[in-house]
Design a binder for this molecule. Structure first.
Ligand code: NDP
Ligand code: 2IT
Length: 446
C-alpha cells in the first residue's frame, strides 16, 4: 500500500469530500509502515475496505414547523465498520452537515471506538437541520420524522446512536422515544438517554472529564502539575462546559470559552460564579456567549474570533468543531508558550496545525484518543442496559479514568519514538488500526 496512491484513488472516486480525505490521510500516513509489514493485509485489500464505509443511508426528512409550513432536510447514517462490535457513534444536527463531514466522523469513530478497549464499531449520522431557534415541539417533530426513516437500521446489537453537535439529552429522548414506539422494544438502542429510562450517570460529563483525565496522563509523562495552568478552551457546548468544570476542579485557570458567535476571555481565569453562569446559559438556556458581558462586564467578548490568538496559554483544549484551529493559530499558541493540546472536538486542528505541534514536540493528543471518554461511557451505558443494572457515578467515573489511562498507554506503546517523544497521533492510529485489522482478517472478505 502506498498512501499517496490510495488517497489519489479515494479523491477520484469520492470527489468534493475534503474532511473525509483529511481524516483518511492522517491515519494512512501513520499506519503505512505497519500495514506494509503485513503483506497478508494487502492480499485481502484491507485498506480500501477500511477506508470506505460499509454502507450509507441517506433520506429526506419532512416535518411541519410551528407556523404550519412543511420543511425538508436531509438525513444520513454512515455505518462505517462493525468488525469489532455493533455500529456506534453520535448524531449531529447542524446546518453544515454533509456526507463529507459524516464520513470523516464515522471513519474516525472506528479507530476511537477500537481504542476504548470496548466492543464497538464505528458510525455517525445526522442532518443539516439546525436546532437553533426551534421550539421544543419543532425539535420533537423533527426527531420523530428523522427516526421514522432510520429506525429499521438501528438496534442495541446493530447500530447504537448517541449525541454530538446539536444533539443532547432532549434530542436523544425524542429520538429514542420514537424508536421504541416503532420497534416495540425497550432496549439500549441509543446512549445518552435520560437517567429515568436507561441513561448512565456520568455520560453527560464523560467527554469533557475524559479529556481532562487524558491530559493529566500526558502531563504526568513530563512531571507537570495542572494546578495553576492557564488553559484556552473553545466551544461552550456539552464537551467544552464539562471540560471547564473539571479543569477548575483541578485548580487550572480557564481563560476562554467560545461559541459560533465569538469568544469570552477571562484574563485571570473564570471565577466559579462566571463558570456556573456560562454553564447554565449555554447548556440549559441555550443562549449566546454575547450575552455574558451584560451579567459580567469585567469579561471581554470578542465577536467572530476564536480563542487561539487572544490569549497566551499553557494548554489548549479545542472543543467546538472540526478545523477550528489552523496553522496561524497553532503558531500563535506555540509562540505564546503553549506546551500541550488535548482535543475535545473531532479533528479540530487542521493538518498544518498538527504538523506544527508535532514538529515542536509539544504534548499533542488527537481527538480520537483524548475525547474517547464520551463514547467509552456510552459503551458503559450499553453494558448497564444489557445487565439491566445501574452503576453509581463513582463506579462509572472510576472506569472512565481507567479507560483513559489505558488509551494513553496504548498511544505511548505504539507512538513513542527512539528519542522518547510520544507521537500520540501515530500511537492512537496504529493501536486503533491493529485491533480492527485483526478482526477484519479473521472474518474474511465482507
Ligand atoms: P454541542 O452542540 O453541545 O456544542 C458545540 C459547541 O461548538 C457550541 O458552543 C457551538 O456554538 C460550537 N460550534 C459548533 N459548530 C460550530 C461551528 N461550525 N463554528 C463555530 N462554533 C461551532 O456539541 P458537543 O459539545 O457535543 O460537541 C463538540 C465537539 O466535540 C464536536 O466536534 C463533537 O463531534 C465532539 N465530540 C462530542 C462528544 C459528545 O459526547 N458530545 C464525544 C466526542 C467528541 P453554538 O452554541 O453557537 O452553536
Ligand atoms: O464523537 C463522538 O465520539 C461522539 N459524539 C459520542 C459517540 C457516542 O456514541 O457516544
Amino acid at each position: 500500500m502506498k498512501t499517496t496512491e490510495v488517497l489519489a484513488d479515494l479523491r477520484r472516486r469520492f470527489p468534493n469530500e475534503p474532511e473525509y480525505h483529511q481524516a483518511v490521510e492522517e491515519v494512512l500516513n501513520s499506519i503505512e509502515d505497519v500495514y506494509n509489514s503485513h503483506p497478508e493485509y494487502d492480499r485481502m485489500n484491507l485498506i480500501e475496505r477500511l477506508c470506505i464505509p460499509d454502507r450509507i443511508f441517506s433520506f429526506r426528512v419532512s416535518w411541519v414547523d410551528d407556523s404550519g409550513k412543511v420543511r425538508n432536510n436531509m438525513g444520513y447514517r454512515v455505518q462505517h465498520c462493525n468488525a469489532i462490535g455493533p455500529y456506534k457513534g453520535g448524531i449531529r444536527f447542524h446546518s453544515s452537515v454533509n456526507l463529507s463531514i459524516l464520513k470523516f466522523l464515522a471513519f474516525e469513530q472506528t479507530f476511537k471506538n477500537s481504542l476504548t478497549t470496548l466492543a464497538m464499531g464505528g458510525a455517525k449520522g445526522g442532518s443539516d437541520f439546525s436546532p437553533r431557534g426551534k421550539s421544543n415541539m419543532e425539535i420533537m417533530r423533527f426527531c420523530q420524522a428523522f427516526i421514522a426513516e432510520l429506525w429499521r437500521q438501528l438496534g442495541a446489537d446493530t447500530d447504537v446512536p448517541a449525541g454530538d453537535i446539536g444533539v443532547g439529552a432532549r434530542e436523544v429522548g425524542y429520538m429514542y422515544g420514537y424508536y421504541k414506539k416503532m420497534a416495540r422494544e425497550f432496549t439500549g438502542a441509543f446512549t445518552g438517554k435520560g437517567m429515568s429510562f436507561g441513561g448512565s450517570l456520568m455520560r453527560p460529563e464523560a467527554t469533557g472529564y475524559g479529556n481532562c483525565y487524558f491530559l493529566l496522563n500526558m502531563l504526568a509523562t513530563r512531571g507537570i502539575d495542572i494546578a495553576g495552568k492557564r488553559v484556552a478552551v473553545s466551544g461552550a457546548g456539552n464537551v467544552a462546559t464539562y471540560t471547564m468544570r473539571k479543569l477548575m476542579e483541578l485548580g487550572a485557570k480557564v481563560l476562554t470559552m467560545s461559541d459560533s458567535g465569538g469568544t469570552i476571555v477571562a484574563r485571570e481565569g473564570l471565577t466559579q460564579e462566571q463558570a456556573d453562569y456560562i454553564f447554565e446559559l449555554k447548556n440549559v438556556m441555550r443562549g449566546r456567549l454575547s450575552e455574558v458581558p451584560d451579567r459580567f462586564p469585567e469579561l471581554e467578548y470578542h465577536p467572530d474570533c476564536r480563542p487561539w490568538q487572544l490569549v497566551k496559554c499553557d494548554i489548549a483544549m479545542p472543543s467546538a468543531t472540526q478545523n477550528e484551529l489552523d496553522a496561524d493559530d497553532a503558531q500563535a499558541l506555540l509562540d505564546g508558550g503553549c506546551f500541550a493540546v488535548s482535543e475535545g472536538a473531532n479533528m479540530p486542528s487542521t493538518a498544518d496545525a498538527v504538523h506544527l505541534f508535532t514538529k515542536a514536540r509539544i504534548l499533542y493528543a488527537p481527538g480520537k484518543a483524548a475525547n474517547a471518554g464520551g463514547v467509552a461511557t456510552s459503551g458503559l451505558e450499553m453494558a448497564q442496559n444489557s445487565q439491566k443494572l445501574t452503576w453509581t457515578a463513582e463506579e462509572v467515573d472510576h472506569k472512565l479514568r481507567n479507560i483513559m489511562a489505558d488509551i494513553h498507554a496504548q498511544c505511548v506503546k505504539y507512538g513513542q519514538e527512539e528519542n522518547g517523544y510520544v507521537n500520540y497521533v501515530r500511537g492512537a492510529n496504529i493501536a486503533g488500526f491493529k485491533k480492527v485489522a485483526d478482526a477484519m482478517m479473521a472474518q474474511g472478505v465482507l
